[in-house]
Design a protein around this ligand. Structure first.
Ligand code: ATP
Ligand code: MG
Length: 328
């Protein structure tokens, strides 16, 4: 089965081809235009998608050495995301579907972050996924394909958002997650004692207390101190975020007696998180799936993979399919 995937939910225009479950191509056109604003500007994102989507899809087909006539289904991010951005990808996918008479498959972007793991790992159920992206943080219990219950989620900021906002306070370029990760690797995670939000309670998350704590901490220090200890502060903030994430994942696994865990979303690229999850899984006797780096942040291979699973299970969509902005 050959699936073309289209992703345009935020600021990456992406297209990919999955052939018999495996990645044949994965093309991403990232939008540098947002960097000067320190965050994504929705209208500029839509315009950039509109400009690049055709060439991006064409490149994905070329890289996979496959012709549109050989494609069995067109999968597209349906939401959540920025409405203007989603509409560009969806309009493009619908046009292709209509003109080539190929099935159209709407894919939930957050589901796709999880199922990205099955590009390289055997499909296995049940599992508990810790989804940590720029816009969402959730624990999900998945018992069969697309059969899932949300066990917990963030009450305020997402984990990626916490990294990005703390990075902004430290004057790091957007998105700051990868930069904090790099600096943290040579820093002392015990240097500053930042709060672990809701650590001992339930399966929901909260990162706003940490953000405020870092803000007050920085206000009390002079610039030379911050500059000198940047790596230590990055390591301490990363420790506060990742410790809570791993403790909650372990709690969910124990509570539901599940033996497979999964990381998903952009923050699963974080080296401290990956290491802590591996250590936890080993201690608990749990198998852990972590996506390859290229499938952590937004990409279209995850959309194509999820589309393939949906087509396999008879879940296709009609041309009246509408994008949705908020998580479902
Ligand atoms: N190594 C890393 N360490 C920490 N955070 C990281 C790392 N790499 C990426 N991130 C964070 O991941 C986020 C981007 O992830 P992703 O592309 O999954 O999010 P999104 O698509 O913006 O949000 P959503 O998927 O919720 O709509 C950003 O907040 C970024 O800072
Ligand atoms: Mg995403």
């Amino acid at each position: 089965m050959n699936i073309l995937g289209i992703e345009s939910s935020c600021d990456d225009t992406a297209a990919a081809v999955i052939v018999d479950g495996k990645m044949a191509s994965n093309v991403i056109a990232s939008q540098a235009v947002h960097q000067q604003f320190g965050g994504v500007v929705p209208e500029l994102a839509s315009r950039a998608h509109n400009k690049t989507i055709w060439d991006t899809a064409d490149q994905a087909l070329q890289n996979a050495d496959i012709d549109m006539s050989e494609i069995d289904g067109i999968a597209v991010s349906q939401g959540p995301g920025l409405m203007g951005s989603l509409l560009v990808g969806m309009g493009f996918a619908k046009g292709l579907s209509l003109s080539w008479q190929k099935p159209l498959i709407g894919v939930n972007h957050i589901d796709a972050h999880m199922y990205a793991n099955f590009i390289e790992h055997e499909e296995v159920y049940p599992f508990i996924a810790l989804i940590v992206s720029g816009g969402h943080t959730r624990l999900v219990h998945v018992t069969a394909p697309f059969e899932q219950t949300v066990l917990g989620q963030t009450r305020d900021d997402a984990a990626g958002e916490a990294f990005d906002k703390i990075g902004k306070m430290l004057k790091l370029p957007y998105p700051a997650g990868p930069e904090i990760d790099k600096k943290a690797q040579t820093g002392d995670p015990k240097f500053a004692d930042f709060p672990r939000g809701m650590m001992n309670k339930g399966l929901d998350f909260s990162f706003s207390g940490l953000k405020t704590s870092v803000l007050y901490y920085l206000q009390d220090q002079n610039e030379a101190f911050i500059k000198q200890n940047l790596n230590n502060i990055c390591a301490s903030a990363s420790a506060a975020i990742t410790e809570v994430l791993v403790v909650k994942l372990r709690r969910a696994l124990r509570k539901h007696n599940v033996k497979h865990a999964m990381l998903a979303g952009g923050v699963s690229a974080n080296s401290m998180l990956r290491q802590k999850v591996h250590q936890m899984a080993e201690k608990e006797g749990v198998e852990v799936m972590i996506p390859a780096m290229e499938f952590c942040t937004d990409n279209a291979a995850m959309i194509a993979k999820t589309g393939e699973m949906r087509l396999r299970d008879g879940m296709t969509d009609e041309l009246d399919m509408k994008p949705f902005a908020s998580i479902r």
